[in-house]
Design a protein around this ligand. Structure first.
Ligand SMILES: [Zn+2]
Ligand SMILES: [Zn+2]
Ligand SMILES: [Zn+2]
Length: 277
């Protein structure tokens, strides 16, 4: 499998648009890996994980051709991961779109989609956007186009049925584990023994708040999650592990994160990172 990190920031992006904090000032100065778009991923050129407000910038920067995308799998309904407006341009009269798009998500994802793309008085429907909805449930594995999708409950967005996902294809497995705090026990039960090849773990709270474990995670909690994933056989012994989804409020400068994580054998996500496994 090939995973392209299309974004590595939390909701505000980095440097955050309006922010006067020191981290954002340094990020503006340094550019490069300190400029972070809102988090999403592309798997094997045919699948997106989340579709947020930076989709235009991500597709043009990283050569992603949305005409080749067969499906979008959503983690949750938050606006940094789901931007209904850019799905609405699939309508006749705005774009030429014949290919259907499967959209996988929890019920709250579709509630937001219906409310925002179905427009005033439901003037247009998901069918008019050629969107085929597929409901996800914790622990129920779905297979589509040779891609396995196993959604598991996340510790995040109470009431929003957020998921982390284990994707599998061609005998390889990838865990996308943002946005979440330390995962709930129901999720650990199903992660045990998975033998995952690559994992991306939420690090929203970064270096500034290292021990946060509820809703999001700081750097120390990322290490704890990696250690437990390894101990229960969720990860293969040689798995590639990355921290990702960073907030400027966590002082998430790339060099500082690398200094923390490199000795622990954990990589640091950045926009444009390609991981093959
Ligand atoms: Zn987020
Ligand atoms: Zn800031
Ligand atoms: Zn979120």
């Amino acid at each position: 499998m090939k995973i392209t990190v299309l974004g590595s920031a939390a909701a505000e992006a980095m440097p955050a648009l309006w922010c006067e904090c020191e981290t954002c000032a340094i990020a503006r100065e340094r550019g490069g890996r300190d400029v972070r778009r809102r988090t999403s991923y592309c798997i094997d050129d045919d699948t997106l994980v989340d579709f947020g407000p930076d989709a235009f910038w991500q597709t043009t920067s990283f050569n992603i051709d949305l005409r080749k995308i067969d499906r979008i799998v959503f983690t949750h309904r938050h606006s940094d991961h789901l931007n209904p407006l850019d799905l609405a341009w699939r309508r006749d009269g705005f774009s030429v779109v014949t290919k259907p798009l499967k959209v996988f998500g929890s019920r709250p994802v579709f509630v937001r989609l219906m409310k925002e793309v179905a427009g005033e008085g439901a003037a247009f429907r998901l069918e008019e956007l050629r969107i085929v909805p597929q409901l996800l449930q914790h622990g129920k594995r779905i297979e589509d186009g040779g891609l396995g999708i196993l959604p598991l409950a996340a510790n995040h967005d109470v009431g929003g049925s957020p998921f982390v996902h284990v994707f599998s294809r061609g005998g390889r497995k990838v865990l996308i584990c943002n946005d979440t705090g330390f995962p709930p026990e129901a999720t650990w039960e199903l992660l045990t023994g998975q033998g995952i090849d690559a994992a991306f773990i939420d690090c929203t709270c970064g270096i500034a708040n290292p021990d946060v474990a509820n809703g999001h995670m700081g750097v120390n909690t990322v290490v704890k999650v990696r250690d437990r994933l390894m101990a229960c056989g969720a990860l293969k012994p040689d798995a590639q592990v990355f921290a990702n989804h960073f907030s400027h409020n966590g002082h998430a400068l790339h060099a500082d994160l690398e200094a923390f994580f490199a000795p622990k054998g954990i990589g640091v996500g950045y926009d444009g990172l390609v991981v093959s496994c």
